[in-house]
Design a protein around this ligand. Structure first.
Ligand SMILES: Cc1cc2nc3c(=O)[nH]c(=O)nc-3n(C[C@H](O)[C@H](O)[C@H](O)COP(=O)(O)OP(=O)(O)OC[C@H]3O[C@@H](n4cnc5c(N)ncnc54)[C@H](O)[C@@H]3O)c2cc1C
Length: 380
């Protein structure tokens, strides 16, 4: 590679890097994306494709809300499937319903619609006899994770962004990215390599206790009475997203689920489903945190997911077409790692499983901050 110069070099071509490239492009900057894989293959295609906007809180909620418009714009520009389907959440105990009632009071009118038992079973094909009601979050989105980020990469390439696939970033200096194919000169660099940040900036990763979180995931066809119209959360989801964290009744749900299902503690089970355009469901997930993700998945995790799906939907036969291990970055008590370890080299990592939801808004903010500061610093 002869030495090339760009306003912005993005290292990592997953959704977080692509979103940075997009926002830099919108500002008229020249952009290159470097990725050591030969396409989008990381967490950004392994996930549920669920922009679970409403269940976030704090800065994640701000990023999620801001990102909604960018997902819809990019879906039109890059031509990939998306649905403004919202999210359903089914309750199977009064304590879960109570958390939903409390949640509704924290949000503007219309963002959380509480549903009675018949209302949710009319809309969602759940057949567990314990269903007590639920809620609907109309502002959430979904995309097909297999096509969304790869389509964005292709579209960015078509509008003039240079992609260097199969090219690893090895190290960084002020205004330069040293890659396995030679140096790239960069006005500003964004390093968006997900959990692999521990290989480029180990001290940062160790400071924040970054781990790899690996998840059991399945794709399957279920003989449902009617099609699941939107992503489906369960009571387990109330323990997972920060929007529910501070609600008074959430502790009771956590205590009950943990004592009813002690076998799920080790695998940190979450039970959720996203319907795909071909009629299949993505089913997940479990959470096992390690510095290096072990390759070996227990069958127990898959059995738990399938057993719970059978109970919830009242079906026996589940036709599994794929199983995989997804991996995302995880850090205790933290959702984002944002640092500038070298002048104008910005590390931007989503440190929990919400990068599809927040990545677009996060990137808009991080590009704006980097260039706002440069403008302020420029000589008059
Ligand atoms: C199973 C699963 C389910 C999930 N479900 C959801 C969901 O429903 N909603 C949601 O919001 N989020 C979800 N997430 C989280 C979300 O997928 C991630 O937060 C997000 O994809 C992270 O994006 P990223 O661009 O940082 O990482 P990645 O997509 O992993 O991209 C990082 C890229 O960096 C590249 N790279 C690494 N090191 C180098 C180097 N040295 N040089 C060059 N390139 C390098 C890699 O090749 C990779 O392409 C889920 C994650 C998983 C695994």
């Amino acid at each position: 590679m002869t030495s090339l110069t760009y306003d912005v070099v993005v290292v990592g071509g997953g959704i977080v890097g692509l979103a940075h490239a997009y926002h830099a492009h919108l500002r008229g900057l020249t952009v290159a994306v470097v990725d050591h894989a030969d396409g989008v293959v990381g967490a950004s295609v392994q996930n549920f494709g669920h922009a679970c906007i409403t269940a976030q809180s704090g800065v994640a909620l701000q990023y999620a809300r801001a990102g909604r418009r960018h997902w819809l714009d990019l879906c039109e520009k890059a031509g990939f499937w998306s649905a403004q389907s919202g999210t359903y959440c089914v309750a199977r105990h009064d304590d879960e319903l109570e958390v939903m009632r409390e949640f509704a009071t924290t949000r503007p009118a219309g963002e959380v619609r509480l549903l009675g038992r018949d209302q949710i079973t009319d809309r969602v094909p759940v057949r567990d006899r314990g269903v007590t009601g639920g809620m609907y979050l109309p502002n959430d989105l979904q995309v097909d994770p297999r096509t969304a980020a790869p389509s964005i990469a292709r579209w960015l390439e078509s509008v003039g962004i240079d992609f260097f696939w199969r090219t690893a970033a090895l190290s960084f200096g002020e205004g330069v990215v040293y890659t396995s194919r030679g140096p790239l000169t960069a006005g500003t660099t964004f390093v968006t390599v997900n959990y692999d940040i521990d290989r480029l900036f180990p001290a940062l990763a160790e400071r924040d206790g970054l781990m790899r979180c690996r998840l059991h995931m399945l794709r399957a066809i279920l003989p449902l009475e009617f099609r699941l119209p939107a992503p489906l959360f369960t009571g387990w989801s109330l323990l997972r997203y920060s929007g529910f964290e501070a609600l008074p009744s959430v502790g009771a749900v956590a205590d009950r689920l943990r004592s009813e299902y002690p076998g799920y503690l080790d695998i940190d089970l979450h039970q959720m489903y996203t319907p795909q355009p071909d009629g299949s469901l993505l089913i997940g997930d479990t959470h096992i945190r390690e510095v290096s993700a072990a390759s070996f998945q227990s069958e127990y995790g898959f059995e738990a997911l399938l057993g719970e799906a059978r109970k919830l939907f009242g079906v026996n036969n589940i036709d599994v077409s794929e199983r995989w291990q997804g991996v995302y970055c995880s850090a205790p008590g933290q959702e984002f790692l944002i640092e500038e370890p070298i002048e104008r080299t910005h590390v931007v990592t989503v440190t929990t499983g919400i990068g599809m939801t927040t990545g677009m808004g996060l990137a808009e903010d991080s590009v704006a901050r980097a260039f706002q500061r440069d403008r302020l610093a420029a000589p008059a």
